[in-house]
Design a binder for this molecule. Structure first.
Ligand code: CA
Length: 586
């Protein structure tokens, strides 16, 4: 056994409370090196009198180098002492905090500890997110429902977007098109910023307590939220708390009065006057953008102001959560206070951080519920769109992501294939809609909540912004209605079967050098095989189920031109180039 590959450390993603009764314990071993791992566990105060229990662990994820094992246990007294027995090449060894032992340690004293399952420590993300399909709206470009609020110089709808031009999109436009969202089957909207700001993207907030007049009023947003709720659609707003805009009143005051301003400490000023020297502002900013001064979230007055913002839009307007811009550059202590305020206002509000990278320090249950899952985006795009990652390397990356976070974080992760910050999926696919469909099938059948970027469902294209921020196409003759039907079908399918949302997840095929892959999802006695072909040729996959069982029936319920056959205990799935099949097992 490769002992040096074995890793476990209490807490974080290695031993954590999954809910108020259950602790998940995980351990890592070298891939294909260890045959069995058993978790030895009990209560430290009754171990000597009543002994301990042994629970077999199972491999729940794998990546290029490692197997990740997990067991779920329900400690009777909420305390857990535990160690591991690993069996490799027929030999056993035991692992405790001191390391490896050839024989079972005589005393449990040096086993690992999950000291106590305190309810306050349990990470409980809102359960509705597991059932959500999000739709992202860039408000300036979705629909112009009220020409009276158009900014000066508004261009005719449908023109070429630039970093600075305006087309008049607003909240009334969204209200007018809620039928479109309902037909698509989405049940949550993520709005890019709506608060008053100078730019068309509104990431430079002027007033955090006011809807931009170009979009409407606070009352109009309240009307929109109520209209959404009446259709079972939740609403997530974008909060830009890392930095304000140049025209934010406190910043204008500092610009004017310098060190004498009562707001001088609201920002991170390195030297007065506020100016740009050699391209670098004399105060911290978003990137080096002088129009976006970084807020000092350690200042109690700034905290009080921003926390009131967090509360106001939930309690007064009724929104269901926050997406947090540049979330990883704001201090952790502020986010802990933010969570307390948000959850007090609405216990099932969703807190989504914009972080593009490994995010464990924010996903311990005291800050965010989820992050924008760009690492999965890249894995799916590499495999299904760019063709730069074979099945095995796709599964490896997806596996490492499963192992990276507590399970409840994965279940509500925000899974996207594009956004206002990336080229559109169709453009990355070089116009090949088979790739759009293949990538979307994966996105909709993996753990986590999928999000459709506005317009992707009707075949819009566009490169890196501003190209990806075109006006929504509302002329049905110019929309790809077939693609819309595909997305509506996929949304309906996911929402109809819990197995596809938060069922168990297991790879059935992911081989090196191959472009075909398959995984199994299961819940409530329902089983689905999702088979994928990222290759340019027709392909047949022969799949055995992990339990060795023989299904009575296998039927393709979603998949153009795919065919499935049962031969003995094997499932044969044939797919066209860049095809897929969602197969329901009976
Ligand atoms: Ca307008």
């Amino acid at each position: 056994m490769f002992e040096e590959a074995v890793y476990h450390r209490p807490k974080n993603n290695w031993s954590y409370a999954y809910d108020r009764e259950t602790v998940h314990v995980r351990i890592r071993t070298k891939r294909d090196d260890v045959e069995r791992v058993a978790l030895i566990h009990g209560d430290k105060y009754e171990w000597h009198d009543k002994g301990h229990a042994v629970t077999e662990m199972r491999v729940f994820a794998r990546d290029g180098l490692f197997d990740y094992w997990q067991a779920a246990v329900r400690p009777k007294y909420r305390r857990l002492k535990y160690g591991f027995r690993l069996i490799s090449a027929g030999e056993s060894c035991w692992l405790n905090e001191q390391g490896f032992h050839a024989a079972e340690p005589a005393s449990p004293n040096l086993y690992f500890e999950f000291p106590f399952l305190n309810p306050a420590d349990v990470f409980e993300p809102p359960s509705w997110v597991k059932d959500a399909v999000f739709y992202q709206i860039f408000p300036e470009r979705f629909a112009n429902g009220d020409p009276s609020n158009d900014p000066e110089g508004t261009l005719p709808w449908g023109g070429e977007p630039t970093p600075a031009n305006f087309f008049g999109g607003d909240l009334q436009g969204v209200i007018d098109h809620l039928d479109h969202l309902e037909r698509l089957g989405v049940n949550a909207i993520y709005f890019n910023p709506l608060f008053e700001a100078e730019t068309n993207h509104k990431y430079d907030t002027r007033d955090y307590l006011k809807v931009d007049p170009q979009f409407g009023t606070n009352e109009k947003l309240k009307e929109l939220v109520a209209a959404c709720h009446a259709r079972g659609i939740r609403v997530l707003l974008d909060a830009v708390f890392n930095h304000s805009g140049r025209t934010f009143a406190p910043f204008l005051d500092v610009l004017e009065k310098g060190a004498a301003s009562a707001y001088a400490d609201w920002f991170h000023v390195k030297s007065f006057p506020l100016e740009v020297r050699d391209g670098v502002p004399t105060y911290d900013a978003f990137a080096f953008e002088p129009h976006m001064p970084k807020l000092n979230t350690e200042n109690p007055d700034v905290q009080a102001y921003l926390l009131e913002v967090a509360r106001y839009w939930i309690e007064e307007i009724g929104v269901d959560g926050w997406r947090l811009d540049v979330a990883n550059e704001v201090d952790h202590l502020f986010w802990r206070k933010f969570r307390d305020v948000v959850k007090a206002a609405k216990p099932d509000a969703y807190i989504l951080g914009e972080i593009w990278h490994d995010s464990l320090p924010w996903l311990g249950g005291d800050q965010f519920d989820a992050v924008m899952n760009y690492p999965l985006t890249e894995a799916i795009l590499d495999y299904a769109v760019r063709g730069t990652r074979d099945s095995r390397r796709f599964a490896d990356l997806a596996g490492s992501l499963l192992a990276a976070y507590p399970q409840q974080a994965t279940e509500v992760s925000f899974n996207l294939l594009g956004s206002h910050d990336t080229p559109r999926l169709l453009t990355l696919s070089q116009g090949d809609k088979r790739k759009v469909r293949l990538a979307s099938v994966i996105q909709f059948t993996m753990p986590g909540a999928p999000c459709i970027y506005y317009g992707d469902e009707i075949g819009m294209d566009g490169g890196q912004d501003p190209g990806c921020r075109k006006c929504m196409e509302w002329d049905e003759t110019k929309q790809d209605r077939e693609l819309f039907g595909f997305f509506a079908g996929l949304t309906r399918l996911r929402r109809s079967h819990r197995a596809l949302r938060d069922g168990s997840f297991e790879w059935l095929s992911a081989e090196e050098g191959r472009t075909a892959a398959a995984y199994l999802r299961e819940a409530d006695g329902e089983r689905f095989v999702i088979a994928l072909n990222a290759g340019k040729r027709k392909v047949s996959l022969e799949l055995a189920l992990p339990d060795g069982g023989k299904p009575a029936e296998a039927r393709t319920i979603f998949g153009d031109g795919a065919a499935v056959q049962l031969r003995g205990r094997k499932l044969h799935v044939t797919m066209p180039p860049l095809g897929y099949a969602i197969v329901r097992l009976g």
